[in-house]
Design a protein around this ligand. Structure first.
Ligand code: NAP
Length: 344
């Protein structure tokens, strides 16, 4: 018997990608339901060669749902995830609402799949922030090899990371530039077309943004609490694909060749690193792909054991939808969930 899967936020960027990936990977689902807000009831959501009609979250009965993939933002998740979990569905949530809750595992299957076993306390599992997900996939094999002490990361994050309205804003502003129309920022604090913005999420008291803080605390929770990390998160006028320039300092020596070798065999990692024009991966090329691409691996001679590299991935896939579905697959593989009996 297969699973019944609910996708909450099915009309959004991440939700649409979830439906695509469930179909592409032949996820063992007998039934998939698309849920969104009341305003989207009846909206077509494509699922392989089928079309699902969106239903309203607040009228939905989850009692026969096995897995709920949530991607409707933090406020919706705070209110709804516990109610859905109480009806016996495992909630895999994409928002930041539950990530730092000690009773909620924060999982990137390539890195800490075993930690998912603790999900039964709340019946909720959290997906990390998109920038953290691709970072820890690439850091894990290097950490295993030479023990990471410190990470300095600058991100170049695409507008899709801020939802579908943000993509529309980049498109509309780009058009306005060519038509010499007025540009009025709405979703972003400043113009994003032909520009970049060194602020993602709200400012905190210490001057860092919440996105930068999330990268620090989530990397510690997923990979190792001893790792020190400092981030500068920047929004760039790219539709899909987050990029990161990363400096890593290790406890033990590690050469560029050893790092390449460790990354080449590691789950989720793809090394493309030729010393020639175009011998690296750009965010545009990562869109629609599952891998975390690592390029430009070099020695950082400013510290004792240091490397620097360029990491790119599709933020809607590894950064969100794909990671959530890999978590669900790993629960099934480890026999941590079973399908509920459904009424005939
Ligand atoms: N985009 C990324 O790279 C990324 C990565 C990691 C995590 N996330 C997280 O994933 C979540 C969704 O992001 P997104 O980029 O897909 O946003 P989005 O494109 O703006 O989509 C939001 C979705 O949530 C639904 N929704 C909003 N309010 C709702 C309500 N009251 N009840 C039910 N559904 C509601 C929307 O439905 P309507 O269309 O009916 O409004 C829509 O389907 C966010 O928490 C985000 O932080 C995103």
């Amino acid at each position: 018997m297969g699973y019944k899967v609910a996708v909450v936020g099915a009309t959004g960027n991440v939700g649409r990608e979830m439906l695509n990936i469930l179909d592409e990977r032949n996820f063992p689902a007998d039934e998939v339901v698309a849920l969104a807000s009341r305003k989207s009831v009846g909206t077509d959501c494509s699922f392989g060669d089928k079309t699902l009609k969106a239903k309203a979250l607040d009228h939905y009965d989850f009692s026969d749902v096995d897995i709920c993939l949530m991607s409707a933002g933090g406020a919706v998740s705070k209110e709804w995830s516990p109610k859905i979990a109480a009806q016996g569905a495992v909630v895999i949530d994409n928002s930041s609402a539950w990530r730092m809750d000690p009773d909620v595992p924060l999982i990137v299957p390539e890195v800490n799949a075993d930690a998912a076993a603790g999900f039964t306390k709340k019946n909720i599992i959290a997906n990390p922030n998109c920038s953290t997900a691709q970072l820890v996939v690439a850091l894990k094999p290097l950490h295993d090899r030479a023990t990471i002490k410190r990470v300095v990361v600058a991100t170049y994050q695409s507008v899709s990371g801020a939802g579908k309205e943000a993509m529309d804003e980049l498109f509309a502003q780009t058009k306005a530039v060519f038509q010499i129309d007025e540009i009025v920022p709405k979703k972003f604090p400043k113009r994003i077309a032909f520009n970049l913005i060194p602020q993602i999420d709200a400012f905190m008291e210490d001057g860092y943004t919440k996105e930068e803080w999330k990268m620090l605390v989530e990397t510690k929770k997923i990979l190792d609490p001893k790792i020190r990390l400092v981030a500068t998160c920047v929004r760039v006028p790219v539709f899909i694909g987050h990029s990161e320039a990363v400096n890593v300092e290790f406890e033990k020596p590690i050469t560029v060749e050893e790092a390449r070798e460790a990354l080449r065999g590691a789950p989720g990692c793809i090394v493309i690193d030729k010393h020639e024009p175009g011998g690296y991966v750009t965010p545009y090329e990562s869109a629609g792909e599952d891998g975390t691409y690592i390029s430009r691996i070099r020695e950082d001679a400013t510290v004792e054991n240091g490397l620097t590299m360029w990491i790119v991935s599709d933020n809607l896939r590894k950064g969100a939808a794909l990671n959530a579905i890999q978590i669900a697959e790993s629960l099934i593989k480890r026999k941590l969930i079973t399908a509920k009996q459904k009424a005939a």
